[in-house]
Design a protein around this ligand. Structure first.
Ligand code: UDP
Length: 377
């Protein structure tokens, strides 16, 4: 068997960054990936309508981290894409994040400046000094009416939990604006890779020191791999420890059922993402991929997202109970030497893409600084 220095489980963002970094310093890397493709949940491909679609939901890259931005630019050109989301609420279409237009449209208000918007929020919000959960976080920012219309049921559909059962951080991901800014993110760098994410990952992993074993479950073959320097595991943390702390309560994850259809029309909807925060439909949102990069095709592909608890884990579920279960796995993970848990599933954290890049890059720098130090002394 070929000599391996670095064994990596999973070819998503964390796995690809570590593979690329270790290969660049001369290490022999093997990635073992369960799926039949690289790029993890960023995986995209051109479908039968000639449209670049993402298999696991839209991925919008945004970051304030210059280091991450420079890094991803090494492997692809990027075009500027400031993502926008609209929501169908009460037979109206409004922008989300909540901004002046959202309030004007929903309540037939005539707010025209920041001061008036601040006053509206002040009159409506229910202040919480330190919001303890998602419900308090939303009430604190926008108050009960918008909470009911835009957040309560969407969250229930997405997580099968009401905002009160989730950490404040989940709902705090979405800002509230006192101006007309209707961009979903406010980061300095917002862009999509020309040619798609799969191509970006292909470029990252295109190195003679990197081998990739697809369609292989690490847990079926792990006895075959010994003698490596380091193992980086990016799968679900509880799977690594054979779910041993799940006897009383299982660590929860949410998965998504993507229901795709071709519509024989130029466009189906006016925006790439339309959210349905009400109870009239079971799905959370509809994505129309053709909008990304203004793609051209006679037809259009639309994907409805239904969040489910069975299936491949995509989202950790951030709340105190899961954190408690995770802490038990983390304590075990910390005891292992030369085994590192990286990324959304292994750290049980709701990372954005840029955070996943940053964490993997930081880990590499930290370990390599340590090993330089060890060799120097
Ligand atoms: N959310 C909501 N209404 C919306 C959009 C988001 O209540 O129209 C809440 C919901 O709980 C969601 C969270 O805000 O899970 C974070 O939304 P984001 O769009 O960041 O989720 P992602 O794109 O990662 O699924």
């Amino acid at each position: 068997m070929k000599h391996i220095d670095i064994l990596i489980i999973g070819a998503g963002i964390s796995g690809a960054v570590l593979a690329e970094r270790y290969a660049s310093i001369g290490k022999k890397v093997l990635i073992i990936e369960k799926r039949n493709h690289i790029a993890g949940n960023c995986y995209d491909y051109t479908d039968d309508n000639g449209i670049l679609v993402s298999k696991y939901g839209a991925h919008l890259f945004h970051t304030n981290e210059e280091q991450v931005w420079n890094y991803v630019n090494t492997f692809s050109d990027w075009y500027s894409w400031e993502h926008k989301v609209i929501a169908r609420v009460d037979d109206k279409t409004v922008p989300i994040p909540v901004n002046i237009t959202t309030v004007n449209k929903l309540f037939d208000a005539s707010i025209t400046n920041e001061e008036q918007m601040k006053n509206w929020l002040e009159e409506n919000r229910e202040p919480f000094e330190k919001p303890a959960n998602g419900e308090e976080a939303v009430l604190n920012r926008v108050g009960l009416v918008l909470y009911e219309k835009m957040f309560k049921h969407y969250t229930k559909k997405q997580w099968d939990k009401y905002p009160a059962e989730l950490d404040a951080s989940v709902l705090d991901r979405i800002p509230v604006r006192t101006n007309y800014d209707d961009r979903y993110f406010s980061d300095i760098f917002q862009a999509l890779p020309v040619g798609g994410y799969t191509q970006l990952f292909e470029n990252m992993l295109d190195h003679p020191n990197i081998d990739i074993l697809l369609e292989t479950d690490y847990f079926d073959v792990k006895h075959q791999y010994k003698g490596y320097e380091k193992l980086f595991y990016t799968g679900p943390v509880d799977r690594f420890f054979e779910f041993r702390h799940s006897l009383i309560e299982k660590l929860e994850y949410r998965s998504i059922n993507f229901v795709s259809e071709t519509v024989d029309a130029e466009f189906f909807q006016e925006n790439s993402v339309v959210n349905y925060p009400g109870t009239e439909v079971d799905f959370t949102r509809i994505i129309e991929y053709k909008h990304f990069g203004n793609q051209i095709s006679d037809k259009t592909t639309v994907v409805k997202e239904f969040t489910v608890d069975q299936g491949e884990p995509y989202y950790p579920v951030p709340n105190p109970k899961n954190q408690e279960i995770y802490a038990r796995y983390k304590a075990e993970a910390d005891k292992l030497t030369d085994v590192y848990f990286v990324g959304r599933l292994a750290n049980y954290k709701y990372f954005n893409m840029d955070q996943a890049f940053k964490n993997a890059l930081d880990l590499f720098h930290q370990l390599e600084k340590d090993s330089e130090f060890k060799t120097a002394v």
